[in-house]
Ligand binder design. Sequence first.
Ligand SMILES: [Zn+2]
Length: 574
Amino acid sequence: MTMKKHCRIILFFIIKCQLSIFNCSAQYPKDFFRSPLDIPLFLSGNFGELRSNHFHSGLDLKTQGVENMPVYAPADGYVSRIKIQAGGYGKALYVTHLNGYTTVYGHLNNFKENIATYLKEQQYKKESFEIELLPDSNLFRVRKGDVIAYSGNTGSSGGPHLHFEIRDSKTENVYNPLFFGFEVKDKTPPAITSLAVYNFDENTRKGPQNRKLYPVTKAEGKYVVNGGKPLVASGITGFGLEVYDQLDGADNKNGAYSIELLKDSSRIYYHKIDEMQFHLTRFINSHIDYEEKVLNKNAIQKSFVEPGNQLKIYETKISAGKTEIETGNKYKFNYIVKDVAGNISKLEFKIEGTVKSEMVMNESLAAKAFYFDSVNKFTSNDIELLMPDFALYRDIDFSYSVKPKTKQTYSAIHNIHKNTEPLQREYMLSIKPDSIPETINDKLLIVSFNSNNNPVSEGGKFENGTVTTKTKSFGSFAVMADTTKPKITPVNITRDGDLSAAKTIKVKISDNLSGIAFYRGSIDGRWVLMEYDSKNSLLTYTFDKSMSKGKHYFDLIVTDGKQNSGKYEAHFHR
Ligand SMILES: [Zn+2]
């Protein structure tokens, strides 16, 4: 075979896979990796399930409610990365294998002894708990079945489990680990819980004009909407579905693998989640009905693709998925939902084309057209907004209004469009504060207000009379100042206390607005490793054997994002 012909065949296969027409799971090695745990596998989270601002990038393996389960190398390889964070994956380990894949372990408690020793040395050298290390390929070689780490609940984990990923070592694209032959029992089909029907005007670049939600119920093994009676719609119509998947032996509501929609037996929408790219994962906010998520916490997956959505999970062409419903006509629709084990659930429903009702246009104040593929700007007396192209997923009628300042704020409250419209990229926002005492200029920041109307820092800096920040959300914004130092609350240490039997020193730290930016704990004037668990606002120092008996001096400095510093110091006995 000539080189050219050979390439063409390979190219053809790649194109086929990218179009997602065929299931390409056949390309994954099925018996290369052993399980990273020595217990039967049950999942509290699966690949691709819907999370806040991302699709879940791996499997969450249950660890029987306990920590410190040994984690085994699933194949030969070497430790290529060690990353320690207060949030996120917490303590994480990456192992690169010889077949082009890298496996990732998150929320760990600890590492194999030689890795743990090396890590601690590096943390002391850098005087930082948070660290990222990229060891040389011959430093920590592992063999299939070696214990490499111990499971835990570190970082932003909500209970003991092992987060397990399989990535392409070069591109870092993540794949569904269940394609690699791990044994997870699943005879349970996905569940369908609600159907959304959307109506659009002629402009296909904009979002729907309205949405109706219908609960989906199960009767005699079949999913039914509206008691089996037809629903009505007219004009350009789109649909959405709320689903979840359960696996055998666990209550957790995980994600479904694929959703397909047929109109009178022809496919008008299809997506499946085989792999994910980290730079695209935030497009989940276009994939789901973001407004419904913000308002009612429902995760409806839309069965139409918005023009600015760049996810590669769709077979459907951009803007497809929407369909024309003609007055007086009847249509039969079928949803087919699958999990990765091949279990199927179906929902059949009928639509009757009704007479198009007059649209009520709700004109908002100062509406201005924003185009998703253009740079967008907005200026008024006290604010300036500059948004890069492709920050939006669709065109919007941008709205702006202003409310008077409150006692808390140093500016009016600016309502910048709606917090129900998602954004992919940051935009620049400047707000002019009222006359303020010059002494607090460097304490100013921009806040948004959460659903309880509490201020949340969006960061920012005062310069040339305005405070400027970058943000990825719309909503209400104002200028505030953070002049309060972080709070430090000792848990088990007291001034001149006896810690001779204690294994650790624990201290709680928190900040009211700008957040913890820096902390430094030391004993007898030397930096010591204090592990930071941000979800519990907890700093922990673990005594090591080198600490001599007698009197010692502990001190801790904590600084927030606006350079307000708190200090705690105590002598203790050991
Ligand atoms: Zn996870």
